[in-house]
Design a protein around this ligand. Structure first.
Ligand code: PRP
Length: 177
């Protein structure tokens, strides 16, 4: 990629902030007495996870897992790998997975199967964004922020070839022509 692409704001930082607060309210209602384990999926979820957790004022633990399926491409290779695994056992825990986006669903579907085999007490999914038009495998999202159109989005943790994660808004890249 040569020159900086043109960005159009899809979800502003204010809209995101309000949605994260609403999601935190739902999660607090359901988990405040459960001492849950929140598992953030790196790297894309780091900003969402950080903002969400600051609003969850009850006992919980934080873990991260790093999966990879995209490499440097815009398209999923369809092959999911665990690049960095969990450091703590999840057997018997109430686990909530935190994702930035569910796109084809291949990553999340793999992860939920992988975690379910470790016998948590419960396993749910919170995703900031969902792109259902791209789905290749069904995924149930228990806590959803936004449904987004079939555009490549960046910002608020989401990257394009490792770039633009820093953008405070979620933007799509304006196609040329
Ligand atoms: C993104 C995102 C999800 C996954 C969703 O991760 O964070 O984990 O893709 O796509 P899918 O539904 O088509 O499987 P990515 O592999 O781009 O890595 P990153 O989080 O490090 O940017």
């Amino acid at each position: 990629m040569g020159s900086q692409p043109k960005f159009r704001i899809l979800l502003s930082s204010e809209e995101i902030e309000a949605k994260v607060k609403a999601l935190a309210d739902e999660i607090r209602r359901d988990y405040q007495d459960k001492h849950p384990l929140l598992i953030g999926v790196l790297k894309g979820s780091f900003m969402f996870m950080a903002d969400l957790i600051r609003l969850l004022d009850f006992p919980l633990e934080v873990e991260f897992i790093r999966l990879s399926s995209y490499g440097g491409s815009r398209e999923s290779s369809g092959k999911v790998r665990v690049v960095q695994g969990l450091r703590s056992p999840i057997k018997g825990r109430d686990v909530l997975v935190i994702e930035d986006i569910v796109d084809t669903g291949l990553t999340t579907s793999f992860l939920l199967d992988y975690l379910q085999k470790k016998i948590p007490a419960s396993l749910k999914l919170c995703a900031l964004t969902d792109k259902p038009s791209r789905r290749q495998t069904p995924v149930t999202i228990d806590y959803l922020g936004f449904t987004v159109p079939n555009k490549f989005i960046v910002g608020y943790g989401l990257d394009w070839d490792e770039k633009f994660r820093y953008l405070p808004d979620i933007c799509f890249i304006q196609e040329k022509g």
